[in-house]
Every structure is written in C-alpha cells, then in structure tokens.
Design a protein around this ligand. Structure first.
Ligand code: ATP
Length: 218
C-alpha cells in the first residue's frame, strides 16, 4: 500500500531512507534547511522542500499533518531532533521514527513520544559483528530480545534428510519457516520435504536455542 512519508534531515541516513521509499513507490516529502541537499533529492522524492523542521507553522503549512509516517534524521542537533519529534506527535502523525546518536538521545526521544528510535551505526555494528562471529549464519532478524529469525546453510550433514527426520522442533524448539533453494522459496515446508546441500533454511526460535542449533551446525 502506498504510504505518505515525510523525511526530515537529509544527511546520509535521511537521504538513503528517502530515495529507497521513493523507489518503492511511496509518496515522500523531503525536508532540510540545506538547499544543496534538498536540490539533490528533487529527482528522488515526490517533493523536496527547504524548511526548518523546528518551526511548527512551517511544518503545518507544508501539510505535514496529512502524512501517516515521519522519519526524523536530524543528526547531531539533539535539540532540533527532540523538538521536531515532539511537534510531529502533537500535530498527530501516527508513526514517528527518529534517528538517535546515542542511548541518552534515544531515551529522551522515547519520552517525547517517538514510536521507534534507530541508532544506525550501533545496529549496523552489531549486525557486522554477528556476521563475522558466525560463518554459518547468513542473516538474522531480531523479533524481540529473546526471539530471532536466522538463515542457515544446509551442509552435507543434513542433505537428503527430511525435516521430520531432523526434528528441529523437538530437539531445538526451533521452527523452519521456509527453505530457499536457488531462486525458489518454499514457504511453510512440510515435514517430509527433503533438504539438499546448500539449501538456506530460515529458522525461528529462542536465541539460546538458535545458538545451540548454530553451534551444532546443520
Ligand atoms: P548521517 O549523514 O550519517 O545521516 P548525521 O546524522 O550527522 O549523519 P547530518 O549530516 O548532520 O546527519 O545531517 C542532518 C541533516 O539535518 C542536515 O542536512 C541538516 O541540514 C538537517 N537539519 C538539521 N536541523 C534541521 C532542521 N531544524 N530542520 C530541517 N533540517 C535540519
């Protein structure tokens, strides 16, 4: 479904969010005080406007209240980012996602009503470390502090065995959500589906159980 998103602050993070949302077909209003950055985004957004996002009347005159989603990516200017978040919530934007520079910034943003706070460098750092730590995990998504989804490559050890024989659910309390084989994705695989060497298994479970599965290897 097409979303209407306002992106405020067009540094590297704001710019990539804006371009990608626009590429995906959403309506994107890009705002920054910096003329060059706004100019650059003219071809990669629905509207790109020079405005001060801490000025409530400017935000209102841009019709920001009609947007369902806002991304605030004002970098180191903590005061501006907090004020802008507060105003967007007061204007009535349902989802306000904000980039924070550190934990203290994050806590303030949560207090003023941010619906999601992102620390890109921190999150990316953890992701890179996770990838480096494990040669077996291709990718992962944290569902909560306890549960994750990971992608594991099937080795010769499990080739030609069925999911039933491997019995991940009993042994590891993990569920195989899907199996990727080259370009094909088999969602909700059946107990008698047979694995092949190189298959990518998308597995959901408790972090500790996934760790056991990963350590043992598949
Ligand atoms: P990154 O490039 O990694 O995203 P960053 O978070 O430090 O780094 P900056 O390069 O500082 O991002 O970009 C923040 C942007 O926010 C700048 O382009 C700046 O002009 C813009 N900005 C700052 N204050 C306001 C404001 N009040 N209203 C609109 N834009 C603002």
């Amino acid at each position: 479904m097409k979303k209407q998103v306002v992106v405020i602050g067009l540094g590297r993070f704001g710019t990539s969010v804006c371009k990608e949302l626009y590429r995906l077909g959403h309506e994107v209003l890009a705002i920054d005080t910096n003329v060059d950055r706004v100019d650059y985004l003219r071809d990669y957004s629905s509207h790109a406007v020079v405005a001060n996002a801490t000025d409530e009347s400017e935000l209102k005159s841009l019709g920001v209240r009609n947007f369902d989603h806002a991304i605030v990516a004002i970098g180191d200017n903590l005061q501006a980012s907090v004020l802008c978040t507060l105003m967007l919530k007061e204007i009535g934007i349902a989802k306000v996602w904000v980039k924070a520079r550190d934990l203290q910034h994050q806590k303030i943003l949560e207090k003023v009503g941010a619906d999601k706070v992102i620390q890109p460098e921190n999150e990316m750092g953890i992701r890179v470390a996770q990838h480096m730590h494990s040669d077996k995990i291709i990718d992962y998504i944290d569902l909560s502090n306890e549960y994750s989804i990971i992608e594991l490559v099937a080795s010769a050890k499990v080739a030609d065995k069925t999911l039933n024989q491997l019995n991940f659910r009993e042994k590891y309390k993990c569920i195989v959500l899907a199996i990727k084989r080259q370009e094909e994705v088999d969602i909700a695989p059946l107990p008698n589906d047979q694995l092949q060497l190189g298959d990518i298994l998308i597995v959901m479970g408790h972090r500790n159980d996934l760790k056991r599965l990963e350590d043992r290897g598949i």
